[in-house]
Design a protein around this ligand. Structure first.
Ligand code: 13P
Length: 288
């Protein structure tokens, strides 16, 4: 029988409860604090997502140590990994997954969505074998998102919407715990009016029995998020909008005559990011 990971348990509970878990991109102490505080205030589970592309900010072992320290400081160590998870976002390399798994992450995303279908299956399955042997959850992606404005995820993205039949085969052949789908959201802010293919999502959800993941949360209108969650999205990723809010807060402080201290900039960016995260956490609980 397939072993249940904390990651899949967290997302299955969300799917049953018709809400989505927020996965906030985090790459600094301030972004970790912002995500933890926003989730704690709302009393919801959360995933802290370190992208492979942010390894130059934080290596996985440092991220684990930081999260353990923050949870210990608030006396909530036991929140890990069922209420607070540490997730590796968009790993293009198997070795990044291994590094995160060995460091103690609760889930990893192997992103071979840029490869041909069979290659994506192969690379994902390799990670599933390693991860599940350690009780770590795995997300993978089928299809690809376009890059929106201010996107920091990918410089170029060609949108390829997820094929529902392929999704069914992919999940069966890989054994992943969650599947990221491409249904029209973009990485970054939308350049025009968001147009989500909800019929496609519905069809994928009918064929696939694992929780579904929506990347490109930033700027997605509340009513579309609510519909997507109702149709089976159990995890939504947010990066760009929180980052823009943090940068804005720093920029407006820098425009003042008296130069700030570095420590002040950290606190300013933290509260700006936290406000955006709080907003999305509310939107991901449409039934409440
Ligand atoms: P946004 O930057 O559009 O919020 O997307 C984040 C994301 O999907 C991270 O994997």
């Amino acid at each position: 029988m397939k072993q249940q990971t904390a990651f899949s348990q967290m997302l299955q509970e969300a799917r049953l409860g018709s809400y989505a878990v927020a996965a906030f991109s985090a790459y600094s102490l301030e972004s970790f604090q912002a995500a933890l505080t926003a989730a704690d205030n709302a009393g919801v589970p959360v995933l802290i997502a370190l992208g492979e592309r942010y390894f130059s900010n934080l290596r996985p072992r440092v991220a684990v140590g930081m999260l353990q320290g923050l949870l210990a400081a608030s006396g909530t160590e036991d929140a890990y990994p069922l209420r607070v998870g540490l997730h590796l976002d968009h790993a293009l390399q198997f070795e990044s997954c291994r590094e995160a798994i060995e460091a103690g992450f609760s889930s990893v995303m192997m992103d071979a969505s840029g490869e041909a279908f069979e290659e994506n299956v192969l690379r994902t399955r390799q990670v599933v074998e390693l991860a599940h042997a350690r009780g770590v959850g795995v997300e993978a992606e089928l299809g690809g998102l376009a890059a929106g404005a201010a996107s920091h995820e990918f410089e170029q993205g060609d949108e390829v919407l997820t094929d529902p039949k392929q999704a069914e085969v992919f999940v069966r052949e890989t054994g992943v715990d969650a599947l990221a789908v491409s249904i029209g959201t973009v990485h970054g802010m939308y350049k025009g009016v968001p147009n989500l293919d909800l019929a496609r999502l519905e069809e994928i959800a009918r064929r696939v029995d694992v929780p579904l993941v929506l990347h490109g949360g930033s700027g997605t209108p509340p009513e579309l998020l609510a519909k997507a969650i109702r149709l089976g999205i159990a995890k939504v990723n947010v990066n760009t909008e929180a980052s823009l809010a943090g940068v804005d807060a720093i920029q407006s402080r820098l425009s003042q005559a008296k130069a700030p201290h570095m420590s002040e900039l950290g606190i300013l960016s933290r509260s700006a990011m936290e406000a955006v995260m709080q907003k999305y956490i509310r939107l991901f609980q449409p039934g409440r």
